[in-house]
Design a protein around this ligand. Structure first.
Ligand code: NDP
Length: 329
């Protein structure tokens, strides 16, 4: 019997139970490529999955971990060969297919992307699902036709993973960035990433008016609920909000006023089923544009052993930026 180290979650009568186990290779799910994982990351969704705070896993047992980077060990696909460096985000990995908090994964080749040439596996995971999502949000605003000349861009949940990378990317693209955070102690961190102005998230998180004074041309919105409603209500005419998260809630208590009276657009961002051509262009752009000093400033590293603790911390809103899990010993 061949085994590898992994986190396994099971559903018990008391709720979700997560623990480190020696996972039997024979229990891996179907896939044409085996990857020796070197790095993964802790995303908000992983925190929800491991704590059981929201129903993320759709089969049990599950190995959580919605993204990973590593090296191909075995491939039955002409697209990859042993030794290739690859990364994976989304596609239900860690939710419906065994995921990245493990030394090994067996996945479908069409879910894998080659590691971008300028990024190490650790840097790719410092970006991870959250940073990739931030890039998709910025690309959505650009595709809509917005540029820094239109006015400032709001980033909500700014000290979190999506928010931190969004601030750095927007700054690099020339935007004036307004960062909304509930952690005033992170103001210096956010300014070092490129935030021009910091606002208290309490300004946006309570029920607001259908329309407010226009304050920004665009927004990367990672929080949902009243925050998204207020971001829309304070977007200037013909601006847009890229909605990518639900840290405050899944609800959207808004009215049609921003849409029909100001022509504001609400752009959806989904990293999980994002089509491969868009994925590859987002990774190319991250490779080209993401300042490596900023990336390193938003990143902390933990050994695999600490993953369960950090998963609990991210749900409690205590994690700053991005956390890379060093899986390989
Ligand atoms: P983080 O936990 O790193 O960041 C979330 C941030 O949101 C926190 O740091 C905090 O920022 C803010 N926040 C947390 N709770 C609240 C609250 N109750 N009210 C207002 N603000 C709050 O998570 P990620 O950056 O990894 O993910 C952010 C969101 O994006 C999550 O909802 C996640 O599920 C979603 N997501 C969506 C993806 C997609 O495909 N659409 C992909 C990846 C993530 P601060 O301390 O600065 O206030």
């Amino acid at each position: 019997m061949s085994t590898f180290r992994a986190i396994r979650i099971d559903k018990a009568e008391t709720g979700i139970v997560a623990a480190f186990v020696d996972f039997d290779e024979a229990d891996l799910m179907e896939g044409d490529v085996d990857v020796r994982i070197s790095h993964s990351t802790v995303n908000y969704k992983d925190g929800l999955n491991i704590t059981g705070k929201a129903p993320i896993a759709r089969r049990f047992p599950m190995i959580p971990g919605i993204d990973f980077a590593g090296v191909v060990e075995r491939s039955a696909s002409p697209a990859f060969k042993p030794g290739d460096q690859v990364l994976l985000t989304g596609y239900g990995v860690g939710e419906s297919h065994l995921g990245g908090f493990a030394q090994k994964a067996r996945v479908k080749s069409e879910w894998l992307a080659p590691l971008p040439p300028g990024l190490s596996p650790a840097q790719a995971m410092a970006i991870g699902t959250a940073g990739f999502t931030a890039m998709l949000a910025v690309l959505a605003l650009e595709r809509f036709g917005l540029s820094p000349q239109a006015g400032p861009c709001l980033v909500t949940g700014a000290a979190g993973g999506v928010g931190s990378v969004a601030v750095a990317l927007l700054k690099k693209a020339g935007w004036r960035v307004i960062a909304s955070t509930g952690r005033p102690q992170e103001a210096a961190y956010l300014k070092s990433l490129g935030a021009d102005e910091i606002i208290d998230r309490a300004e946006l998180s309570a029920p607001g008016k259908p329309l407010g004074k226009p304050r920004w041309a665009a927004a990367v919105e990672a929080v949902g609920s009243h925050t998204l409603a207020n971001a829309l209500a304070q977007t200037q005419p013909h601006g847009a909000v890229a909605a990518c998260g639900n840290a405050q809630g899944l609800d959207l208590p808004t009215t049609v006023a921003p849409f029909i009276l100001r022509g504001v657009a609400l752009l959806g961002v989904d990293s999980v089923q994002c089509p491969m051509p868009l994925r590859l262009s987002a990774w190319r752009r991250l490779d080209q544009d993401l300042d490596r000093a900023a990336l390193s400033a938003v990143t902390s590293h933990i050994p695999f052993d600490r993953t369960l603790d950090v998963a609990r911390d991210i749900v409690a809103g205590k994690v700053r930026g991005r956390v890379v899990v060093d899986i390989a010993p």
